[in-house]
Design a protein around this ligand. Structure first.
Ligand SMILES: Cc1cc2nc3c(=O)[nH]c(=O)nc-3n(C[C@H](O)[C@H](O)[C@H](O)COP(=O)(O)OP(=O)(O)OC[C@H]3O[C@@H](n4cnc5c(N)ncnc54)[C@H](O)[C@@H]3O)c2cc1C
Length: 436
């Protein structure tokens, strides 16, 4: 199977983000020769480098929860997962998770999966919230609003509820995590070409046959994988598969801000990430004494779809900063808000139901691992395994479209049904937000 030369390889992966790196490691380790192409300067330098890198388990589908739970165990054993380490590795920091609910929220949609899979949790009413988090205003601010709305500065009313999950965490350096995966893939024989753009998907009849690079070079391969993150829709267009699937992907601009952590809520004394659906933000503490703050697609928040992420500014804006950081300051009144935005902008690769696509396509040999919808960094240790199982089955003739591949997750001994991540699925009835 190892037929690699400069111009021929078993598998081409477009994209050296954390998704492409994870797939490269698993495919190369399983005996296929892999070539990864990325137009960027460095491995993990795309949207992966901007990730908040939160690891949590609340997803709308059972397979989504299984994938996150399995990946959590793999992050906890990162060095063993990699199988090769040569330098610093990304660190997993444990955090608990607190979800603060909007009125009428159906928490059972998550908790039924937690019960089935043995993921511990605790349901919290307003009293237990205020007992455990005396630094919070535990009243309701619902609905989320923008600072130019009078509603924004109203006092809270009523009582908040939510649930607490003791396990979870974050990765301190998401780009380094991608580099760890790619270093291991290289160690096992994968080739990586940076600063090289794929400009054409080569086909013979209805089968992929390779890619053409912007310098005119053609690399031949019978398997090509689109792991191009927020650029994935362009690659699907090049392959001619966009019109042949029910799902689509589109880049959406996102900002994440940073503020000093208040003394009463920081990484040392309150290692908890918060998803606040009542106010419309998420936050987590960082070891250096800051909180990062992002959005959860509240109805009032403007949505910025982007045709080409390369044309977009990556600077944070005052509008997003004020909306998100001031919301946090309403929940944690002790937080002080600096005058100027500090943070970053990047892009999610969003599907209509905020669930990723891990699938084959109608072009033989062309596979897609995209549409990660702002919530798949956490699954990076598993995505390579999922794609490896999918590709092995499909290349052996399995009819995945009609009989979806089932993948065993060995650390939690549960199954991911890859039909959940099909390009032709019925939209998942989820939150319609980054929570998935
Ligand atoms: C602000 C932000 C916060 C997030 N927070 C979280 C979180 O807390 N938890 C979580 O689980 N997930 C989170 N995510 C999502 C997660 O980070 C992404 O799902 C994941 O990093 C996507 O990785 P990727 O490899 O698919 O994409 P990328 O890292 O963007 O990699 C794609 C690569 O493809 C390359 N490429 C594109 N087109 C071409 C071409 N034509 N030729 C060659 N190369 C090409 C690009 O250069 C890029 O390097 C967040 C994302 C963002 C943006």
């Amino acid at each position: 199977m190892n037929t690699q030369s400069n111009h021929m390889t078993d598998v081409i992966i477009i994209g050296a983000g954390v998704v492409g790196a994870s797939i490269a490691l698993e495919l190369q380790r399983s005996g296929r020769s892999v070539t990864v192409i990325d137009k960027g300067e460095s491995v993990g330098g795309g949207s992966t480098s901007a990730s908040s890198a939160l690891i949590r388990f609340n997803y709308s589908t059972r397979s989504g929860v299984v994938a996150a739970w399995e990946s959590f165990h793999r992050w906890n054993a990162w060095e063993e997962h990699l199988g090769y380490v040569n330098g610093p590795i990304a660190q997993f920091h444990p955090l608990s998770m607190l979800l603060l609910e909007p009125p009428g929220f159906d928490r059972s949609s998550y908790l039924k999966h937690f019960n089935e899979l043995g993921i511990p949790f605790e349901e919290l009413d307003e009293k237990s919230l205020s007992d455990n988090y005396p630094m919070f205003d535990t009243g309701r601010f619902w609905p989320p609003s923008l600072p130019n709305d009078d509603q924004f500065f109203k006092n809270s009313e009523g009582k908040l509820g939510g649930f607490f999950v003791p396990y979870g965490g974050f990765i301190d350096d998401p780009q380094l995590a991608a580099q760890n995966l790619m270093d291991a893939a290289r160690h096992f024989g994968a080739k990586v070409s940076l600063r090289t753009s794929v400009v054409e998907i080569k086909k013979t009849k209805n089968k992929v046959s390779g890619v053409k690079l912007e310098n005119g070079e053609v690399i031949e391969s019978s398997i090509v994988i689109n792991a191009a993150g927020p650029w994935s829709s362009h690659i699907n267009d090049l392959a001619g598969v966009s019109e042949l699937m029910e799902m689509s992907t589109k880049a959406m601009r996102q900002e994440v801000h940073a503020i000093p952590a208040p003394a009463e809520f920081n990484f040392t004394n309150t290692p908890v990430m918060i998803g606040d659906l009542d106010l419309g933000f998420y936050t987590r503490p960082q070891p250096g004494g800051t909180l990062i703050v992002g959005g959860v697609e509240a109805d009032c928040d403007p949505v910025f779809w982007v045709e080409d992420p390369d044309d977009d500014s990556l600077n944070p804006t005052v509008d997003s900063w004020e909306a998100l950081v001031w919301r946090l300051a309403k929940r944690i009144p002790g937080a002080s808000v600096p005058n100027r935005p500090t943070g970053l902008a990047s892009h999610y690769d969003v599907t209509p139901d905020w669930t990723p696509i891990y699938d084959r396509t109608d072009l033989g040999g062309f596979y897609i691992a995209c549409g990660t919808s702002g919530n798949q960094f956490k699954n990076a240790p598993l995505i390579g395994h999922l794609m490896n199982q999918l590709i092995s089955a499909c290349e052996a003739g399995h009819d995945h479209d009609n009989d979806p591949v089932q993948v065993l997750c060995p650390m939690v001994n549960e199954i991911v049904d890859l039909g959940t991540f099909s390009r032709n699925r019925k939209p998942v009835a989820g939150t319609g937000t980054v929570l998935g």
